[in-house]
Design a protein around this ligand. Structure first.
Ligand code: FMN
Length: 184
């Protein structure tokens, strides 16, 4: 079975980010058919359409990474009932030039999380609004909105909450099957 590379985009820049920890946990739980390339957004400069004629190297590198991948997985927190600005910026960068989105055709997954009760569901729903015009098919089932993520990891960043491990395993197995089917 071929190994499929999945650009796994973390929607938080925070050093101790739960989203980053969730992405790393998913990378560990992924079956052998998936390689999750956990990607943070520290190096992606602000999108500015004026620069499109001669795009900065960081935009080109991000776009190339997406183009070479077999799929994209977003792992994001919720900021003010939406996605964080850094994530929207990266999506804008990857979506251009017009008609040549680097997300185009890439099978896509969305994982939201929050220490709060609602699991970042609004952020996930906003991604579902943003992506269809510029991405590939989005995995609809199972949905995953991880609430109460604040006590899921120990001080080493290891996943210690069994219920979270179980849903992450279910999700990544379903996502692997989806990627397999879409890359056939
Ligand atoms: C600017 C800002 C807005 C936030 N808005 C929400 C929100 O709308 N819903 C929510 O569940 N948590 C919200 N939070 C709390 C985040 O879920 C929490 O800070 C989380 O740890 C951020 O994700 P990270 O751990 O991956 O950095 C907000 C946090 C910040 C800094």
């Amino acid at each position: 079975m071929a190994t499929h590379t999945i650009v796994t985009i973390v929607g938080s820049l925070r050093k101790e980010s739960f989203s980053l920890k969730v992405a790393n946990a998913l990378a560990k739980l992924a079956p052998a058919s998936l390689k999750l390339d956990v990607t943070t957004l520290h190096d992606i400069s602000f999108f500015n359409q004026d620069l499109e004629a001669n795009p900065p190297a960081d935009w080109l590198a991000f776009r190339e990474k997406l183009q070479k991948s077999n799929g994209v997985l977003f792992v994001t927190p919720e900021y003010n009932r939406s996605i964080p600005g850094v994530l929207k910026n990266a999506i804008d960068v990857g979506s251009r030039p017009y008609g040549k989105s680097s997300f185009l055709g890439k099978p896509t997954g969305i994982v939201s999380n929050s220490p709060g009760a609602l699991g970042g569901v609004s952020a996930a729903k906003h991604l579902q609004n943003i992506l269809p015009g510029i991405s590939g098919p989005i995995l609809g089932q199972p949905e995953i909105y991880l609430n109460g993520i604040g006590d899921a990891f120990n001080e080493k960043g290891e996943l210690v909450k069994e219920a979270v491990q179980k849903v992450l395993q279910q999700y990544i197995n379903a996502f692997a099957a989806f990627i397999e089917q879409q890359n056939r």
